[in-house]
Design a protein around this ligand. Structure first.
Ligand SMILES: Nc1ncnc2c1ncn2[C@@H]1O[C@H](COP(=O)(O)OP(=O)(O)OP(=O)(O)O)[C@@H](O)[C@H]1O
Ligand SMILES: [Mg+2]
Length: 222
């Protein structure tokens, strides 16, 4: 079996949606029959706690790993997990210069940068873009995309997303709206797929995200 791609959620700014997207994407991929391993690199342990909120009868549909060890030990673990999964999703702490974030990025196939469409988030995205583009000079196989998250139907959000298209990194055509269902999922230790038909718009959004991510990975095949 070929190894599964390593997909890393990064942002400089806290609260952009790294943990939320990690968990919803993991659940969406599992829904599509993929075997997923989630790696939590954040000392806040949001992803770990999220999965722990699940009931025994309905566990979170991915295998969870908390990694707070030395960055030098991370590559071997990522390789091991990616060899036995269809994809590995890595949730990072909110700092791009964190040693664990950098160690993960050095082994990442696709970096997803969630961006809340607000002017301040845009400024921090400029900084993260510079760092990623720099990394790509040394590792051209590193793919990276911006993912609009918490998108509301306001003129400001639309304007900000338009500006995002001027960035060097491509904007993934699978924007995630601001929806209660995303926050609710954390409380039940699951995903929007556990919330029934009321969460249909969120479910469709996540399945669209799954397809967009698979397309970006191209020949790496999810
Ligand atoms: N699309 C969304 N709709 C509604 N709420 C959202 C959405 N995305 C994230 N949130 C909420 O925003 C908050 C921050 O999200 P999350 O914890 O995923 O961000 P993070 O980038 O992992 O933060 P940190 O940098 O602290 O790790 C959470 O309360 C989450 O429920
Ligand atoms: Mg987080």
């Amino acid at each position: 079996m070929a190894r599964g791609p390593i997909i890393t959620l990064v942002s400089q700014k806290g609260g952009a949606g790294k943990s939320t997207i990690t968990m919803q994407l993991a659940a969406g991929l599992a829904r599509r029959g993929r075997k997923i391993e989630v790696v939590d690199l954040d000392a806040q342990a949001s992803a770990t706690r999220w999965a722990e909120a699940a009931s025994e009868a309905n566990p979170f549909p991915a295998r969870m790993h908390r990694f707070t060890g030395e960055p030098i030990e991370l590559p071997a673990k990522l390789t091991k997990w990616s060899n036995r999964a269809d994809a590995v999703l890595v949730d990072c702490p909110p700092a791009l210069d964190h040693p664990r974030t950098l160690a993960a990025l050095n082994h990442t196939d696709l970096a997803i940068i969630p961006v809340v469409p607000s002017p301040t988030d845009l400024w921090s995205t400029r900084a993260i873009e510079r760092i990623i583009v720099d990394l790509q000079k040394h590792r051209p196989q590193l793919k990276a995309v911006l993912l609009p998250n918490r998108v509301s139907r306001t003129a400001l959000a639309a304007d900000v997303i338009e500006v995002m298209h001027d960035f060097e990194l491509p904007v993934l055509a699978a924007a995630i709206a601001q929806r209660n269902a995303y926050a609710q999922s954390a409380a039940i230790g699951g995903s929007v797929f556990d919330l029934g038909s009321a969460a249909k718009p969120a479910q469709l959004e996540i399945l669209r995200l799954v397809s967009a991510v698979a397309k970006r990975l191209g020949e790496l095949e999810l």
